[in-house]
Design a protein around this ligand. Structure first.
Ligand code: NAD
Length: 453
């Protein structure tokens, strides 16, 4: 509920209440309803990304050891693409959308009018702190909303730079969640997702939850194994494994496990040299808590590649575990680090059963030359998104909805999907006044004579 000014004086408001109040006041002026205003805001955001590029790179270097090239590649280029798309398409997206009519409404205007929701709260995670915070903001602005942005406190250097923001940790986020919003867009882990949804329920606020989970990667014996492992390697070890759609584990037949290991070993050298620790393109775990968490996950499995680590630098080498048992520690939670377990299965049907016996993942990867097999896996499983013969790239296709299902989230975004999800799609009907003759049959008394016209 917006604070009642009679009870809460501005001075007595928390920082969070003040931010929400300011955003609501700005929204009520109606400025953001104008398309031109939204386009100006989007272009300012784009300018900001260009002008502050060096600051963004510096912050990400400190937070995650991201390289100067990795930052535009994985954080800002996608944002700029989304902004350009929204600027180009906004007039179409925001225009009334005529819909099919029934016999009774043939001469009426029947359409869907997208309208802004109000104030959107965006809570971001730390792993791609710019992408996961600003991408929803682009959708919120395009849809004509005001927004309060809460970046993750974990990526502290990045949080300082974001605008407009309410910074802080758990207590600050909890205080923010007590406020009334018109939409909440949360990116992070499923446990906190449940808390967000609980808080949203108190105000009947709709939510989009972009969560994570264990995304499987099935490698068929009939695939181009070099391509599979290069792509899989990229998906897993980019950002030191801290990617929501990173392949979490590999499923393959025992007969190809050694080849898979050999190819991964080759990729590690090719991508990150003999000494990944010294390689500019290889990241770090975000902090020691996550370093310890990931190292502990390897304890009861056999390390086949990597395993070197250095706590003082939050460094874990690209690591692969072989013959991993489904009940081992590493298979009990999302790894979110550079550790890749291989679980062997007898074939595609066992892989499907394995996937279906667990929570619905955010992404599912299949590597195979057999198109029928790929379609079979798609039709027999469920996941937020699915990608065959590559990793991560579906994230960059703005026309595809990006989001989870079940435990990996609800709602979706990117491109027009962000616009639609952060708008109210209002059903509108403007009755034509020239059809009273036909209309009169609806009114009582309902006589047979009226219906026989
Ligand atoms: P995090 O710890 O930064 O938490 C995310 C946000 O929730 C932060 O802003 C934090 O302040 C807030 N928060 C944390 N605990 C809270 C609490 N008890 N009450 C209220 N707010 C709280 O990030 P994380 O959860 O460690 O991020 C990693 C997870 O995010 C992984 O599961 C990953 O898969 C997922 N993720 C998903 C996507 C996606 O697009 N689906 C993208 C990135 C990350």
């Amino acid at each position: 509920m917006a604070p009642n000014k009679g009870i809460f004086k501005l001075g007595a408001m928390s920082r969070q209440q003040q931010a929400v109040e300011r955003a609501r006041k700005a929204f009520r002026t109606g400025r953001s309803k104008q398309i031109e205003y939204r386009i100006t805001q989007l272009k300012s955001l784009q300018r900001f990304l260009v002008e502050r590029n060096q600051d963004i790179c510096d912050a990400l270097k400190k937070d995650l050891n991201k390289s100067e090239i990795g930052t535009p590649l994985y954080e800002t280029m996608g944002l700029e693409g989304e902004i350009m798309l929204a600027v180009r398409k906004l007039k179409d997206w925001a225009a009334p959308r005529p819909v099919e009519k029934s016999l009774l409404t043939l001469s009426d205007q029947v359409f869907i009018q997208p309208e802004p929701l109000g104030v959107v709260l965006i809570i971001g995670a730390w792993n791609y702190p710019w992408a996961v915070t600003l991408q929803p903001l682009i959708g919120a602005i395009a849809a004509g909303n005001a927004a309060v942005v809460k970046p993750s406190e974990v990526s502290a250097h990045t949080a300082k730079e974001l605008y407009p923001v309410v910074t802080g940790g758990v207590p600050e986020t909890q205080e923010l969640l007590r406020q009334r919003f018109d939409h909440i867009f949360y990116t992070g882990n499923p446990a906190v997702g449940k808390l967000v949804m609980e808080a949203a329920a108190r105000h009947l606020t709709p939510v989009i939850l972009e969560l994570g989970g264990k995304s499987p990667c099935y490698i068929d014996k009939d695939c181009d194994i070099t391509i599979a492992l290069q792509a899989g390697h990229l998906g897993k070890f980019t950002n030191c494994g801290q990617t929501c759609i990173a392949p979490d584990y590999i499923l393959c037949e025992p007969s190809i496990q050694d080849r898979v290991l050999e190819e991964i070993g080759k990729c590690v050298k090719e991508f990150y040299t003999d000494d990944p620790k010294a390689c500019e393109d290889y990241g770090r775990m975000i902090n020691q808590r996550h370093f310890k968490r990931v190292m502990a996950l390897t304890e009861d499995s056999t390390i086949a590649v990597g395993g070197e680590n250095d706590e003082s630098q939050c460094y874990i080498a690209p690591t692969v575990l072989r013959d991993v048992r489904p009940d081992s520690k590493v298979m009990q939670e999302e790894i979110f680090g550079p550790v890749l377990p291989i679980v062997t299965v007898s074939g595609v049907d066992e892989a499907i059963s394995f996937i279906n016996a667990r929570e619905k993942p955010l992404a599912l990867y299949i590597f195979s030359k057999d198109k029928k097999l790929i379609r079979h896996v798609i039709s027999e499983t469920s996941s937020g998104g699915v990608l065959a013969n590559d990793c991560l790239v579906h994230y960059s296709v703005s026309s595809l909805p990006f989001g989870g299902v079940g435990n990996s989230g609800m709602g979706c975004y990117h491109g027009k999907h962000s616009f639609d999800q952060l708008s109210h799609l209002r059903g509108c009907l403007i009755k034509s006044l020239g059809m009273e003759g036909a209309n009169s049959m609806r009114y009582p008394p309902h006589t047979a004579k009226k219906l026989s016209w």
